[in-house]
Design a protein around this ligand. Structure first.
Ligand code: G1P
Length: 292
């Protein structure tokens, strides 16, 4: 398994985005921009910078804007060319050529595990990455690349983790197991959104996975939860019984862009990282805070 190159990534994007209504009434939540780049583009860029070639987008009705975004737009690019807006034309073309996007419809909202299982016919018998579009991770080495490196070293599946407070364990899939070193754990238990008292650790999975194709078999055997959804975390618990599974504490900052405050946090952080915006954004912030 270690010699297999990881070329495919699954990005589930079938959710209704109800936490961002009314913005998501007519546009997919994945297309809401952090400054001027749609959230999903940051995720696709992370995958591409990690060596991924094929993106399998798990989608639903009313999500066509995502497919259009990663396509060429001749009319727009031609018009930008004619107006000598070369840089913008190039930006648009680069997004269109960034990856090979394959979309599959998840026809019923049956959970994250079910969404990943929808990709099985395209993935076949290869290991692959999963990136959740609500989790934006800013890091020098892309988070998915860090996980692929562990996958190659250990020849086993790996989930990215970050340490969270006791109060926050109930928001995430939580792992438990034996520490290999300060950043790496061999996982033997996973619990989806446990109560603080029942969490096996404070290591939470913020939506990054590199998985062996055995996960598909595990997901087929996974029982739906009380909400009648098949959870990826429950499928991973079965995987940990059949094969080795690791959790790796990646380096980087994660933003929960599916949450209003996390979205504002990411917007400010990314604006301050842009040389053309940083000083004016700081001045705006000072003005709003009443220091000027
Ligand atoms: C999902 C997963 C959970 C994971 C989280 C990361 O939950 O089920 O295990 O920790 O994403 O964002 P959701 O936030 O979609 O309810």
């Amino acid at each position: 398994m270690s010699k297999v190159k990881i070329r495919k990534a699954v990005i589930p994007a079938a959710g209704l985005g109800s936490r961002f209504l009314p913005a998501t009434k007519a546009i997919p939540k994945e297309m809401i921009p952090i400054i001027d780049v749609p959230m999903i583009q940051y995720i696709v860029e992370e995958a591409v910078r990690s060596g991924i070639e094929d993106i399998i987008l798990i989608t639903a009705r009313h999500k066509e804007a995502i497919e259009n975004h990663f396509d060429l737009n001749y009319e727009l690019e031609d018009s930008l060319d004619k107006r000598q807006k070369d840089e913008l034309a190039q930006v648009s073309r680069e997004i269109g050529r960034m990856c090979n996007l394959i979309s599959i419809r998840q026809k019923v909202p049956s959970g994250l595990g079910h969404a990943v299982l929808c990709a099985a016919p395209v993935i076949g018998n290869e290991p692959f990455a999963v990136l959740l579009a609500d989790d934006l991770i800013d890091s020098k080495v892309p988070c998915t690349r860090q996980l692929i490196d562990i996958f190659e070293e250990e020849a086993a599946s790996v989930v990215g983790v970050m340490e969270v407070s006791r109060n926050d364990v109930s928001k995430y899939g939580i792992v438990g197991g034996k520490m290999v070193n300060t950043r790496l754990m061999q996982v033997d238990r996973l619990v989806e959104k446990p109560l603080a008292a029942e969490a096996p650790s404070r290591w939470a999975i913020p939506g990054r996975y590199v998985l062996s194709p055995t996960i598909f078999d595990c997901l087929r055997q996974t029982q739906p939860d009380r909400a009648n959804e098949i959870q990826l975390t429950d499928g991973l618990q079965l995987l940990a019984k059949r094969e080795k599974l690791f959790a790796y504490q990646f380096e980087g900052t994660r933003y929960d862009t599916g949450d209003r405050l996390g979205f504002i946090d990411a917007t400010l952080a990314f604006a301050l990282k842009r040389p053309a915006l940083a000083s004016e954004v700081k001045a705006l912030m000072r003005r709003h805070l009443g220091d000027e």
